[in-house]
Design a protein around this ligand. Structure first.
Ligand SMILES: [Zn+2]
Length: 287
C-alpha cells in the first residue's frame, strides 16, 4: 500500500512530467472505484492546464487552470503510469513501488496530453478521484486532518498537549489522522523503533523527552524514505519487482524473529496485533 513517501515520489515525478501541460481528453473506463468517479469528471478536466501537482497526506492534488483541484487517492493498489507516444515497450514507471511496465488489466482512467498519456491503474479499486471546485473548499476538505509531520504545527507543544491524559496507545495516535496526517502502519513501527518507545505504551505515560523523539523521528523516517525512494527511481531498471531500495532498509517492519538492528542490542523483533494492525518492535530496546 502506498504510504506518504511513495505518494510524495509519485508527486515529484508527476509534477516534473505534467506541470504546464494541457489535458486534451479524459477517458474513464471504469467509474466504480472506491467512490464513483464524478459524473462530469471528464468535462472538468478537459482543456485544463496543470498548474502544479501538490500533495497533502496521502492525497495527490492536481491544481488546474480553472481553479479546481483534482484529488487522487491511490488506495491500496493504485499506481499512475505515464506512457509516451511511440513507446513500444510501455515503460511507464513513476515510482519504485510499481512494476515498470504498464499492466494489461485494471487501467481505469486515461488522461490524454499532447504527446503522452497518464493512466490510473488499480486492481483492488480502493483508490478514488474527487473534484474540489476551489481553494476554500479544498481547505474545508482537509479541515479535520491534523498537521503533517513536516508542518511547523507539528511541534513539541502540540504533541505533548494532544497526548497528555490520553488512554489510547501511541501507535494508535500515530495512525490517527486527526493527530498527524500521513503516517501509515509501516512508518509508525519504524518511528517508534527509532524513538525507543513500545507501540502499546499508553500516550499519557509518554515523557516530554519521548514526545520530542516522536517529533524528530516522524520527520526523519519519512524524509529518509522519500530520499531513498527518490534515489531508487533513477536505478529502477535494475529492480524487477515491487520493492524499492528503502523498503529493504526497514529496521523493524516485517522483520519478526530477526535480530534487532540497533548496535549493542541483543533483542529480537516481535510482531503483535495492536488495534487490528500488525506492529513490529524490539522488546529489548523499546520501552
Ligand atoms: Zn533492540
Amino acid at each position: 500500500m502506498p504510504e506518504l513517501p511513495e505518494v510524495e515520489i509519485v508527486r515529484q515525478s508527476l509534477n516534473k512530467k505534467i506541470k504546464g501541460s494541457f489535458i486534451k481528453k479524459v477517458l474513464v473506463k471504469n467509474r466504480n472505484l472506491r467512490f464513483k468517479v464524478p459524473f462530469n469528471f471528464e468535462n472538468i478536466l478537459k482543456n485544463q492546464k496543470i498548474l502544479e501537482v501538490d500533495r497533502f497526506s496521502k492525497y495527490l492534488l492536481l491544481h488546474l487552470s480553472n481553479n479546481s483541484v483534482c484529488l487522487i487517492h491511490l488506495g491500496m493498489s493504485g499506481t499512475i503510469h505515464l506512457v509516451k507516444k511511440n513507446n513500444k515497450n510501455l515503460i511507464t514507471n513513476m515510482s519504485f513501488y510499481q512494476h515498470p511496465i504498464l499492466p494489461k488489466k485494471h487501467n481505469h482512467i486515461i488522461i490524454f496530453f499532447d504527446d503522452f498519456k497518464v493512466i490510473y491503474n488499480d486492481p483492488r479499486r480502493f483508490g478514488f478521484f474527487e473534484i474540489i471546485k476551489n481553494h476554500s473548499l479544498l481547505k474545508k476538505r482537509f479541515k479535520k486532518f491534523g498537521p503533517e509531520p513536516f508542518s511547523i504545527k507539528f511541534n513539541l507543544r502540540y504533541i505533548f498537549s494532544f497526548l497528555k491524559n490520553k488512554e489510547k496507545n501511541i501507535k494508535n495516535f500515530l495512525l490517527d489522522q486527526k493527530f498527524v496526517s500521513g503516517i501509515g502502519n509501516i512508518y509508525a513501527s519504524e518511528i517508534l523503533f527509532q524513538s525507543k518507545i513500545l507501540p502499546n505504551k499508553k500516550a499519557k505515560y509518554l515523557s516530554k523527552n519521548e514526545c520530542k523523539k516522536i517529533l524528530i523521528y516522524s520527520k526523519k523516517v519519512l524524509i529518509d524514505a522519500v530520499r531513498k525512494g527518490g534515489s531508487s527511481i533513477r536505478d529502477f531498471k535494475g529492480i524487477s519487482g515491487k520493492k524499492g531500495k528503502f523498503q529493504k532498509e526497514f529496521r523493524v517492519y516485517d522483520r519478526e524473529g530477526l535480530n534487532c538492528k540497533r548496535s549493542r542490542c541483543n533483542g529480537t523483533i516481535k510482531k503483535k496485533i495492536i488495534s487490528k494492525r500488525s506492529s513490529f518492535f524490539c522488546n529489548f530496546c523499546q520501552k
